[in-house]
Design a protein around this ligand. Structure first.
Ligand code: CAA
Length: 260
């Protein structure tokens, strides 16, 4: 499928999805959001893809936010609708039954930071800068930032970022748990691909259930979450991958996983 504002490349079980509006620093307008939703949903169905990387075109920005020129004239109802669209797209990424890695190659601001937050793992280039600068525009984060940011880095730090609109650099993002690791910009995609391929080499059914257990369990109380984990753990024992993974360990050989 051809997209106007996205590039898609699939190789060795890994899809690289590039937000491609470099002249607007890859800002997310409605068209780009709809394309992103469609592309991610398609990758969820694609049996050749085990892991997805999302990045931005160019060397300056991952995504510099929701598109400000498109938002400026919106009224309250339109603003709410735009936020709902953003939420839907971010939820599609967050709930994708495959891991999604954000390769953050520069500014990840506003909706761009929220896009990175919807991904499972964030790798930052050394020139990356994260922030929720919406207060500078008279609004709050609208694509899930007020919810995912405090869940990831804690309430106090999230409030400071959201109330001040300040940006943090890659090292600070790493220190506060917003980025999983930092690499030179030139190595970013390679680092993301290596991580994706490593994950793709594991039992895919187990990776998927691990994502579900973490995402859904964190919204439950501890007892319910443990019960949920036990249920998913039990399901693993109905898979060929569990039999193969444990048999391979006992026979001291690498496992040949099939994702079944
Ligand atoms: N929306 C639309 N266009 C954007 C944009 C955005 N979020 N961010 C950058 N651009 C455009 C600029 O308007 C400019 O276009 P022109 O060349 O046509 O003038 C082009 O991208 C390059 O940007 P700058 O000239 O500003 O580049 P810079 O290097 O001087 O500054 C920057 C870079 C600090 C990222 C700056 O562009 C900036 O502050 N951008 C806005 C960041 C922002 O506020 N993001 C939050 C948006 S609100 C949001 O996302 C709400 C939500 O939660 C859903």
């Amino acid at each position: 499928m051809d997209f106007k504002n996205l590039l898609l490349e699939i190789a060795e079980g890994v899809a690289v999805l590039t937000i491609n509006r470099p002249k607007a620093l890859n800002a997310l307008n409605e068209e780009t959001l709809l394309e992103l939703e469609c592309a991610v949903a398609g990758l969820g169905e694609n049996r050749d893809v085990s892991c997805v990387i999302i990045t931005g075109a160019g060397e300056k920005a991952f995504v510099a936010g929701a598109d400000i020129s498109a938002m400026q004239p919106l009224d309250a109802a339109d603003g709410r609708r735009f936020a709902k669209l953003g939420h839907r797209v971010m939820a599609t990424i967050e709930k994708l039954p495959k891991p999604v890695i954000a390769a953050v190659n520069g500014f990840a601001l506003g909706g761009g930071c929220e896009l990175a937050l919807a991904c499972d793992i964030r790798i930052a280039s050394d020139n990356a800068r994260f922030g929720q600068p919406e207060v500078n525009l008279g609004v709050i984060p609208g694509f899930g930032g007020t919810q995912r940011l405090p869940r990831l880095i804690g309430k106090g730090r999230a409030k400071e970022l959201i109330f001040t609109g300040d940006m943090v650099d890659a090292q600070e993002a790493y220190r506060i748990g917003l980025a999983n690791k930092v690499t030179p910009l030139a190595d970013l995609l390679q680092t993301a691909r290596e991580l994706a391929r490593k994950i793709a080499s594991k039992g895919q059914y187990a990776v998927r259930l691990g994502k579900e257990a973490i995402n859904n369990g964190l919204d439950m109380d501890q007892d319910k979450a443990n019960q949920y984990e036990a249920d998913l753990f039990g399901i693993c024992f109905a898979t060929a991958d569990q039999k193969e993974g444990m048999q391979a360990f006992l026979e001291k050989r690498p496992a040949k996983f099939t994702g079944m």
